[in-house]
Write a protein that binds this ligand. Structure first.
Ligand code: FE
Length: 334
């Protein structure tokens, strides 16, 4: 063998492990967060690192079932979904694994991640009250609890109790007040409904804008989206419970799957998503709030004003989800 051939062979052997570990670096994500909200971030990550991010999108429940069915054969490294109730459910079903990460602990406030490290919030959504500015509601509003009072008879608009967002909200009331008092509050809401609950937050907002009711409980980004399209609508945000528990907040977030083939790469991607480069865009694309306190919210979102949020650990929404569903059923919240 000539020296030259020898060196070529050496070069090939040296290169081989690099090639195979590069192939392994690919990260596979199952995401219930919509493609247009997540793809720009994955593209930027690939641009920065050369690491490919493959993903499939779907409904939270369907993706969870798929992860369970695939078991050890699942190609997924990361599961991304919305609502702490869904993240908690995924962890309970055993499809996520705990990780400990100094970066995630620094970037994600303790109340917005799983105490056992199986999932981490990546954006914050506030479920607040939006009212019709042609009414007196702005002067009367105080708290979620007070929407149960007789003064609100025939004026309240809600989304269906089937939506996890409302299950999480009611779970937080149970955690705050106990089951009995929470039931009184939610029963009061149902008594005060202006109209049957709507299938989504946007329809609830449009009903308030049309004067069908005076106020609705909705996530802020639906308000943001609707006002962007129709800025003339007589709607404004109210931040409830500023003298008490604070505004109910929830998260979208991510966890590393129990059978991740590329755990290290998955962790690096989630850490990056929680960091300063990604956070403004991750939250901003959906008019949400960054979880990372070092990052400012989008200027449009910022204009809605500062508010005190409820410091409760969002994992509580999962723990009490079953109780919340039963409670809403008892008071005939459809
Ligand atoms: Fe939503």
């Amino acid at each position: 063998m000539t020296t030259r051939v020898f060196f070529v062979l050496i070069a090939i052997f040296v290169a081989m492990p690099t090639i195979s570990s590069f192939a392994k670096e690919e990260i596979v994500v199952y995401t219930a967060r919509k493609e247009h909200l997540i793809k720009p971030l994955f593209d930027l990550y690939t641009q920065n690192t050369g690491i490919d991010v493959k993903y499939i999108t779907g409904k939270a429940g369907a993706l969870l079932e798929r992860l369970k069915a695939e078991g050890v054969n699942s190609p997924a490294d990361i599961f991304i979904t919305v609502d702490a109730g869904n993240l908690w459910q995924a962890a309970e079903e055993g499809v996520l694994q705990p990780v400990s990460s100094d970066a995630l602990n620094a970037n994600v406030p303790a109340n917005l991640r799983d105490p056992q490290g199986r999932w981490f919030g990546l954006s914050v959504r506030a479920r607040t009250i939006v009212y019709n500015t042609n009414t007196e509601a702005g002067k009367e509003l105080t708290s979620y609890e007070d929407l149960a009072k007789p003064e609100w008879k025939g004026r309240l608009v809600l989304r269906t109790s089937k939506k996890v967002y409302n299950q999480s909200l009611v779970a937080s009331l149970i955690a705050e007040h106990g089951e009995k008092e929470a039931e009184n509050i939610v029963a009061g809401w149902v008594r005060n409904l202006a109209v049957d609950p709507f299938s989504n937050d946007t329809k609830a907002l449009e009903a308030v804008a049309a004067g069908i009711g005076d106020a609705a409980i909705v996530n802020t980004y639906y308000f943001g989206r609707l006002m962007k399209k129709k800025p003339e609508l007589p709607l404004a945000i109210f931040w409830p419970n500023q003298q008490s528990s604070g505004v109910h907040v929830n998260v979208s977030g991510a966890g590393i799957t129990a059978n991740a083939k590329n755990k290290e790469g998955a962790l690096m991607l989630i850490e990056w998503l929680s960091g300063e480069e990604a956070q403004a865009q991750f939250a901003g694309l959906n008019m949400e709030y960054p979880v990372n306190k070092k990052v400012a919210a989008d200027p449009v979102v910022e204009k809605w004003g500062e508010f005190k949020s409820n410091p409760m650990n969002v994992a509580k929404y999962g723990e009490l989800q079953g109780n919340a569903i039963k409670l809403m059923d008892r008071v005939s919240y459809k």
